[in-house]
Design a protein around this ligand. Structure first.
Ligand code: AP5
Length: 225
């Protein structure tokens, strides 16, 4: 199973991605998580990534295309993977197609602007593990502390209001063409075109998860395990 998750910042891709990866037994390949790990490691990629991420912009296509190409060549991706946060531009989608990487299904989440802002403004993360909480919707057991390690939770730099607004704007610039890239392939009846589903991300985490699995279960060729 090769799956892509699309949707605006804060819609819940990372949260639902965890459920999908466990359900299908595939690695959850999140470009945001990979870049945040590079920032923590202080690598050259991390230094470049931090500049773009903190401002709410995108990394150059050539950098991210190479990063993902390397990751999905790893053995654990042989039987499939879930891409979360990639592709974000048509150039990235075309690079995957040009490399002969076929996708089985694209899932696009949507949500109202008001709810998106509520979700990203309340997000708290444990930097070392990437575990994500929400101050109201998914609070940690002890305020401000990671449930497992007890370490301090922080707000992501790109969840501050100015960077969050830029991320949303960047998303809105690129998303329509990306959606069109996939839906047009389907409309043309192209062999190898992925299935495409659009799902509301409204409601509690478990309700979104159940809606997602129900939708995926209804798609021929997408076997739930
Ligand atoms: P990335 O980390 O991918 O950011 P994003 O796509 O903006 O997505 P988010 O992580 O903000 O949100 P999410 O949809 O995963 O929501 P989450 O589950 O956390 O990328 C970060 C940056 O890296 C980019 O801005 C860019 O600079 C760079 N980058 C990454 N990929 C790139 C690419 N391909 N090309 C170029 N640059 C790239 O949930 C959000 C909050 O809501 C959490 O607090 C969660 O607990 C809560 N929540 C989730 N679901 C629910 C629910 N149903 N009800 C209530 N609360 C919920």
């Amino acid at each position: 199973m090769r799956m892509i998750l699309l949707g605006p910042p804060g819609v819940g891709k990372g949260t639902q991605g965890g459920f999908i990866a466990r359900r299908y037994g595939i690695p959850h390949v999140s470009t945001g998580d990979m870049l945040r790990a590079a920032v923590r490691a202080g690598s050259r990629l991390g230094l470049e990534a931090k500049r773009h991420m903190d401002a709410g912009g995108l990394l150059p296509d050539r950098v991210i295309i190479e990063l993902v190409a390397q990751r999905i060549r790893e053995a654990d991706c042989d039987a499939g993977f879930l891409l979360d946060g990639y592709p974000r531009t048509v150039v990235q989608a075309q690079a995957m197609a040009a490399a002969g990487i076929e996708i089985d299904i694209v899932v696009e989440f949507w949500l109202t602007l008001e709810e998106l802002l509520r979700r990203s403004s309340g997000r708290l993360v444990h930097p070392a593990s990437g575990r994500t909480y929400h101050a109201v919707f998914n609070p940690p057991k002890a305020p401000g502390k990671d449930d497992i390690s007890g370490e301090e939770l922080v707000q992501r730099a790109d969840d501050r209001p100015d960077a969050a607004a830029s991320r949303l704007e960047v998303h809105n610039q690129h998303a329509p063409a990306l959606v069109e890239h996939y839906t047009a392939r389907i409309a043309r009846g192209e062999p190898g075109a992925p299935r495409y589903v659009r799902i509301s991300a409204e409601g509690p985490v478990a309700a979104v998860r159940d809606r997602l699995f129900e939708t995926l279960g209804a798609h021929p060729g997408v076997a739930l395990i």
